[in-house]
Design a protein around this ligand. Structure first.
Ligand SMILES: [Zn+2]
Length: 230
């Protein structure tokens, strides 16, 4: 990804993107566990407090492994195509056991019942990071709405709504990355999504005075929409 300098309000960047507390560290958003090597250059980075920075990593690893296992239909590392995830599952027997426990076979199909709270907390964190990085919006509180779903279960209309980028009449804040991307088209695909790594991670943010929306697609499997009405 190309480096985009933030010309925004310095005060926004002095707070943890996730809890609004004092910052002290910086966190990749998305974290590398959702990406494959070679990692893209200039990954988005947001300010974070030490507690938030470290507390999410276990849940992020869980979600990344879960998605890879669901896609493979198995927790067997030999069947996982993402090298990093296969290594993690080999190394962390307890994580594999935990994901195994969420599998059931229904009508001959492998079905996963994830730990919803963990999945939700990771997706909120990712959305908070994207909102701060792109829009200068510090939304360090619970969103008003969150939906997440396997992309392949969406109807054609739902999928088309998900893929379409919401455009508000209001332009993004001057100097924000969203504004710079709008002008330069950097890292944006034809539909307006920001591609962090093709087929691996993409997101799009939009904001009006009354609504902040972040949409995320992970591994082209899990889709997510998060909204705040500040
Ligand atoms: Zn924090």
């Amino acid at each position: 990804m190309k480096q985009l300098t933030d010309f925004g309000d310095e005060r926004t960047l002095q707070y943890c993107a996730f809890c609004g507390g004092e910052t002290g560290t910086r966190d990749h958003c998305p974290s590398k566990v959702f990406l494959d090597k070679p990692f893209p250059e200039n990954l988005p980075v947001v300010s974070a407090c030490l507690a938030c920075n470290s507390s999410f990593s276990i849940d992020e690893e869980y979600l990344a492994c879960l998605i890879a296992c669901v896609q493979a239909g198995s927790t067997d590392p030999e069947k996982i195509t993402r090298e990093r995830i296969a290594k993690t599952l080999k190394r962390q027997g307890s994580l594999r056991t935990r994901i195994d426990a969420s599998i059931s076979i229904i009508d001959g199909n492998t079905v996963f019942e994830p730990e919803w709270d963990r999945v939700k907390s990771v997706l909120i964190k990712l959305a908070q990071g994207h909102a701060l990085y792109e829009l200068h919006e510090l939304v360090s509180f619970e969103p008003d709405d969150i939906w997440f779903f396997p992309l392949h279960v969406l109807t054609e209309v739902q999928r088309s709504n998900f893929e379409s980028v919401t455009t508000f009449d209001m332009w993004p804040e001057v100097g924000s990355r969203a504004m710079q991307r709008m002008i330069s088209g950097q890292d944006i695909n034809h539909a307006g999504w920001i591609i962090v790594q093709p087929n691996t991670y993409r997101y799009v943010t939009s904001s009006s005075g009354a609504e902040i929306e972040v949409k995320i697609a992970i591994s082209e499997y899990l889709g997510c929409i998060v909204k705040w009405f500040p």
